[in-house]
Design a protein around this ligand. Sequence first.
Ligand SMILES: NC(=O)c1ccc[n+]([C@@H]2O[C@H](COP(=O)([O-])OP(=O)(O)OC[C@H]3O[C@@H](n4cnc5c(N)ncnc54)[C@H](OP(=O)(O)O)[C@@H]3O)[C@@H](O)[C@H]2O)c1
Length: 346
Amino acid sequence: MSNAPTPVPALRWGVLGATSYIATHLMPAVAATPGCELTAVASRPGRTERAAAAGEPFGATAHPGYASLLADPAVDAVYVALPNTDHVEWTVRALEAGKHVLVEKPMAMDEKGCARIEAAAEASSRTVMEAFMYRFHPQQARAAELLASGAIGELRVVRASFAFAIESGSGNIRLDPALGGGATWDVGCYAIDVPLYFFAQAPERVSARFSRRPAAEVDTSAVATMDFGRGRSAVVDYSIDYGPRAWYELQGTHGTITVRNAWAMSGEDGVLTVLTADGVREETVPAANHYQLQVAHFAEAVRTGSGVRVPLADSRRTARVGESLVASAAADGAPVSCGDGSPAPQ
Ligand SMILES: NC(=O)c1ccc[n+]([C@@H]2O[C@H](COP(=O)([O-])OP(=O)(O)OC[C@H]3O[C@@H](n4cnc5c(N)ncnc54)[C@H](OP(=O)(O)O)[C@@H]3O)[C@@H](O)[C@H]2O)c1
């Protein structure tokens, strides 16, 4: 009898929405991840040729509609790459169809939506995670490691700034209020997530001011502050009007860690700067593909039943803070409470 280990079946992925970003980033990441296969892509009815074109390089089946892909027994895990307004509905439907789900950010545009997803995941015993791919880049782990080592003392202020520019009249879903557009639910998610991640809690209250470029129907830029209690705070800004920025800074009682390109693409090194009273030093974190690291982590979580690195509690918190920023901006920057009632970590 052979002692060779039994091969683990591959996790077979299907993608809802044949977007160009998915075709250039996510699909190659799935195809390149050991133990994963890209088996299906779906477009809306009448647009199957888009799904066929996106899936062709990977030998994936094209489905004439999202429900058709969910009924495909050759799909174990679904990537939801749809406009923000469709994330909750299609994530819940995929979970009900027995699929595991990696869903684009934001998982939902309110906490209620995350709660619906949580209930569906519990009922189906399937794995679900919000695709905050930047968290998987080793430079974020290095920043967390430096912080935990006491390199900058106790964390007091987090500053995060995320931006990229979108042309008016481009038909981009980010400018369409009916599809969940706006800077807050697009690039803002990342800026919001950074302080929540490093303080490991929700702020007690937030305040925000939004602005719109001329003729825009959605918020296109924002500046917000967050109060985490005990003298700890965050300042975030984000925009779909400005040039690219994906930067954050962790300031502690003894120094500051700066991460200059938190979205580092697969060919780019990460660069961290640590400033203390002893001087300034730079660290390079070698280039990594955060999309692929995210896919590999998700597949491992499905196989082993272990927890995911972006747990549902984090997604609920991000959605609640996003809702609170929207409420504050509507009230001309008035403070809005959004704590989760849990005690602040000591
Ligand atoms: N993590 C990242 O790096 C990253 C980067 C970009 C985007 N995203 C996220 O990915 C999601 C999609 O963004 P995207 O930039 O890929 O958008 P996109 O290029 O406009 O694609 C959205 C897809 O959704 C489908 N869709 C369904 N209903 C639609 C409607 N009414 N109008 C337009 N498209 C519709 C379309 O696919 P079919 O026609 O094939 O059905 C379309 O290709 C968003 O949630 C966004 O936040 C994440």
